[in-house]
Structures are given as C-alpha cells and as structure tokens.
Design a binder for this molecule. Structure first.
Ligand code: G6P
Length: 584
C-alpha cells in the first residue's frame, strides 16, 4: 500500500504533489509527508492524519518535490514514522511503498558504522544506505548500489541535496512515470496525474528512472540504459469528483446502473471466446481477494447452476497451496479492481510458472495485473475512490454472470437479465433509500449483525457482512443458513439482528432458518422478494432469475453507508484499511 507522488517541472511542485497525494489517499491515509528541494536544501513536512483534513498553507517555491501517503506496516502511526525518511546527514530523503525484507540486517550493519535510527520503519535504512554509498560514488550510483542490497518488494523515490535528480525504482510494487512537455511525474498510479498528462511510461521491475531535465531509464539487472517510449494511456478514466454527493461511497453506490451497463458493454465474440476457453480448460480457478473473492464465489454458484461446470474459487493468498494442480491446460481467472493486490499478483506469478493461461478482470487500466495476463477483460466501472468496493463488485459480478450465460450458450438472455437488474438497482436506490436509512437508525447501536443466505444468496451474505463491518465497525458475520445450528445460533438472543437474504430457489429452506432465529428472539430483517410475517423489518427485492446477488447487495451497501453515518465513521476511508493492498 502507500501512495507515492513526485513532481519536477514548471508547476508549483509542492502544490502539485499535495494534490497528487490527495488522489492517492485510497492507498493509505494514516499519515502523509513531503520532501522538497528549496534554496539548495532538502526540507520536509510530515503530518499524522488524512491529507484532505490539512488546511494550513504548504511551503511554496520548491525546485521539485516527492510525497507519500502512508499505510503503516513497520512502526506506529506518528510523524517520526511518516515518510519521507531522511539520512543521518539530512541530505537524502526517501519515500517508499512495500517492505524491505532484510532491513534489520542492513540496519545492524549501518548501526555498526555509527548511524542512528529515529523511526521504527524499514524505510529509514534506505536514505542511510544511500548516504553510506555516496561516500564513494554519485547519488545515482549510490542508489543503484543500495538497491542491490535491498531485498523484498518495493517502490522507492529518492532525492539528494547534492544532486538535481529525482530517482525512482521499483521491484514488484507499482510505479508509473507521467510525461509532459518540460515536466515529469512519478506516481503509484496513472489516475493521480491524468489531469495533467495521459502520456505514461509504466515502469517494470528492476528498473530505475533518473529524472532531471530528461528521463533516463536504467535496467538494473543488466546495468544499462534502456529506451522506453511514453504511451498515451488512452483511457476514459474520469477525474473522480463527488459531484454533489457528500461522500464517494454514496456516489459510487448510486452510479451502479451505469457502471453495470458499461461492464457488460463487451465485444460479444471476445466474451464467447473466453467462455470457450473455460469450457476447454482442464481446471478453472477463480482467484481474488476481499470483495472480488465474493464476486467469484457468487459466480461459481451460477456456473454450477446454469453451466453445470465446476470452477475452483481460491483466495489469492491461499493459491500457492493449489500449485500442484496447475498445468498448461489450467485456466486462471484473476479478478481484481485495482490490479495491484499483491496476493493476486503472486498467485498469477505462481500460475505463470506452471504455464497456465491467465485471464484477468480488472478495473484499473495499465495496472500490474493487466500486464502479466494473457487476456484482460476491462471492468469499466470507472474510478472507484471509496475504499469500499461497491460498483466494482457489481461490475465484476455482471461480467462473470455474462460469461456464465455465454458458457451456457445463452449470451443474449444473460445480457437481458443483467440489463433488467441494472434498472431494478436504480429503482431500489431511489425508492427504498428512506426505509433503509430508518433500518440503519434501528441497528446503529447493535454490537453484532448476522446475515444468512443459502445457495446464490450465501456469497451475498458474506459480502453484506464485509460491507457492514468494514465501514461501521459493527461486528457482522455472514453465513450459510444451514450452518446456523452448528454454532452461531448460540449467539442469538432477544433483539440480535439477523438479516435474511434469499433467492427464489432458496426461499423455503431459509425460512426454516429464519424461524429458528425468530423463536429465540432475534430481530428479523428480510432482504428478499417474499414478504412474510417472520420479518420485523422487510426490504423487498424484485425477483429476477439468478440475478438476486447482483440486486440484493445494493440496498445492503446503502445500509452500510447509513450505519457509518449514524456511527460517525468515515464512509470513504475506514480505519486501518486501504483500497489497494500491495503488501502480503
Ligand atoms: C482491499 C479493498 C477491498 C478489495 C480488496 C481486493 O481490501 O479494501 O475493497 O475488495 O482489497 O482488492 P482488488 O483490487 O484486488 O479487487
């Protein structure tokens, strides 16, 4: 995680970096900082808290600046641990994303040479190692030498008082260069500089960029200069604005009719070709994390139901345990909003080693996952800023649903059903908002919320629980209705809220489970098509063949939003979380 943004050029450098960091806050927001060169000296500013909340003036007239927004890995959240980290002689500043695995070893060597360490970060070894290496060489050679010593996966940007260069390097963490006339940007993602330029050089692992008047790129393995042309990103990646909404979360929930329609606006031949590959593969694995995992799990039920095809759904962080089953005939479908989730990238690399075919479903164009896949299906959800996945979840589900229908030879039918779902979603958002808000008011002080579902509604229950807990901090647990009696029923007492999600084919069984809870005093909330007197509160979901997972999650996203508001939680930036998880 962590966001990196650096700038050298004709604009106000500190202001440009400050604005860039705001766009990268989804990568971490516990603290932020900046280093800049002004009047020949390296100066820094570091703050704890969200950058958007900083309302003082930032220093101006810097020659260039590098900035960082942090998601803590090593060391507590405080100013000392915020980046940039400085060398002992205060002449070198470094910002860093990722983890230096052997930092303790480097730290001990440097301490033996008399260096002091002021922070608990792994990052602080980098400027000091560069300082040590600069005893015998130039800044750029010292950075090169330091990079050789460092193990792990990281992206770094460094500046030195004794040079006019910004040096950026990466190994398995994202880093992109933005190129414009007389100005250069370094960023963790393209979107952060798209308002200035859409020309980018996407850096590959073991590359180092030296940014001065021009940009030089060096392949570190071969220690030679390489030529990489800036390419136009050519994407309609709108600059995210709240557009009248109070929070990105509610904005993104509200735009799902359009995002779903964009998601299914795919080339039919392309999707049918993918469905053929699924059909022919000897073993299909859906690989993903978090919300994307729930989209995959949901789709696997649909594959079973309408295609009669078994697909393995594996959490990316667990995928390594399945590597013995991979061959060149295996098809891995990696699903990721960001395309940067470290566990997903690791899983895909594992599959690559076995020569398996990789298809990915990704939202962020040009992200690392898109570059290591054989084929990419764009999600087209548009930029999602809130840390909570909402529109990206429904886009993933819409695409996977379309593929399932294509596999069943019913592409047109699938398309029609998804379109209708998008319409129903729009209606729910406008018609049921008040009722959902009142439900949030009733639930706001509860300690636990349980969500049950069966069949297609089971993955929805898992996703519903994730949405509620990550944004409201209420303990929420999703489970299969049939599992209640194997433990969780012990927690049901008078007034404990239980949300029951059902689909037309799981109605009867889930009602039995609902009765078991009701008779123990549970506060029953139905999110389904069939109203019954079991429910103390009921939100009607239109019944639409196999589309309930796509539709039902939307009112639950709304419920999560209102719970966050009532509980005074930040709906866009939940504590301890980040949108793009680039650590393992
Ligand atoms: C983080 C985000 C989640 C997301 C998960 C996987 O935890 O907060 O919203 O579902 O990462 O991210 P990906 O970008 O791979 O879909």
């Amino acid at each position: 995680m962590c966001g990196i943004f650096a700038y050298k050029g004709k604009r106000n450098a500190t202001k440009t970096v400050f604005e860039g960091l705001k766009k990268l806050e989804y990568r971490g927001y516990d603290s932020w900082g900046m280093a800049f060169k002004k009047q020949g000296k390296i100066q820094t500013i570091k703050k704890v808290g969200k950058i958007a909340e900083f309302n003082k003036k930032i220093p101006e007239n810097a020659d260039y600046a590098i900035g960082h927004t942090r998601w803590a890995t090593h060391g507590k959240v405080n100013e000392k641990n915020a980046h940039p980290q400085l060398s002992n002689n205060k002449k070198i500043a470094v910002i860093h994303n990722g983890i230096i695995d052997n930092y303790m070893k480097i730290k001990n060597i440097l301490m033996g040479k008399g260096y002091n360490f002021k922070s608990q970060t792994d990052t602080e070894v980098i400027p000091n190692l560069i300082q040590e290496n600069m005893k015998k060489s130039s800044f750029r050679e010292a950075v090169k030498k330091s990079l050789k010593t460092m193990e792990g996966s990281f992206a770094i940007v460094a500046i030195s008082q004794d040079s006019n260069e910004i040096i950026a390097a990466k190994k398995m963490s994202p880093l992109v260069l933005g190129i414009n006339d007389n100005e250069s940007f370094v960023s963790s993602d393209v979107a952060a500089f798209l308002s200035y330029t859409d020309k980018a050089i996407i850096m590959d692992d073991n590359e180092m960029a030296v940014i001065d008047e021009d940009i030089e790129i060096i392949n570190l393995k071969e220690n030679k200069k390489i030529t990489k042309k800036a390419k136009s990103i050519g994407m309609n990646y709108e600059e995210a604005e709240k557009g009248g909404f109070k929070h990105f979360l509610i904005k993104e929930i509200s735009e799902q009719e359009e995002s779903i329609m964009r998601a299914i606006n795919q080339d039919r031949e392309f999707i049918e070709n993918i469905s053929k590959q699924i059909d022919n593969a000897f073993g299909v694995f859906f690989v993903s994390c978090g919300t994307s995992y729930h989209a995959c799990l949901s789709a696997s039920y649909l594959f079973s139901k309408i295609v009669k095809k078994h697909v393995n759904v594996v959490l990316a962080s667990e995928f390594i345990n399945y590597k013995h089953f991979l061959t060149e005939n295996t098809l891995v479908i990696a699903v990721s909003q960001s395309g940067e989730t470290a566990d997903v990238l690791d899983a895909v690399r594992t599959a690559r080693e076995k020569n398996s075919r990789i298809i990915s479903i990704v939202n962020v164009p040009g992200s690392s996952l898109t570059r290591i896949s054989d084929e990419v299906i764009p999600m087209n959800a548009g930029q999602e800023v809130s840390v909570l996945s909402t529109k990206s979840y429904t886009s993933q589900l819409a695409i996977l649903t379309l593929i399932a229908y294509a596999c069943a030879g019913k592409y047109e039918k699938g398309l029609g059903l998804i379109r209708k779902s998008a319409y129903y979603i729009k209606k729910i958002i406008s018609n049921d908002r008040k009722k959902i808000k009142s439900l949030a008011k009733k639930l706001k002080d509860k300690r636990d919320i349980f969500i049950i579902g069966r069949g297609l509604a089971f993955p929805s229950a898992l996703e519903a629980a994730l949405k509620i807990k990550e944004v409201s901090y209420i303990h929420a647990e999703g489970l299969a209705g049939g599992e209640l009696k194997h433990g969780t029923l012990a927690l049901i007492e008078e007034g404990v809220p239980v949300i029951v999600i059902s689909t037309s084919d799981s109605e009867a069984n889930i009602e039995n489970n609902a009765n078991e809870i009701k008779s123990r005093g549970g506060f029953m909330i139905g999110f389904n098509s069939h109203e019954s007197n079991i429910y103390d509160y009921f939100i009607k979901i239109p019944s639409l063949e196999n589309m309930e997972p796509l539709i039902t999650i939307v009112p639950i996203q709304l419920l999560s939003y209102y719970l966050a508001l009532y509980r005074k939680c930040d709906p866009d930036k939940p504590r301890n979380l980040a949108k793009s998880v680039t650590v393992r």
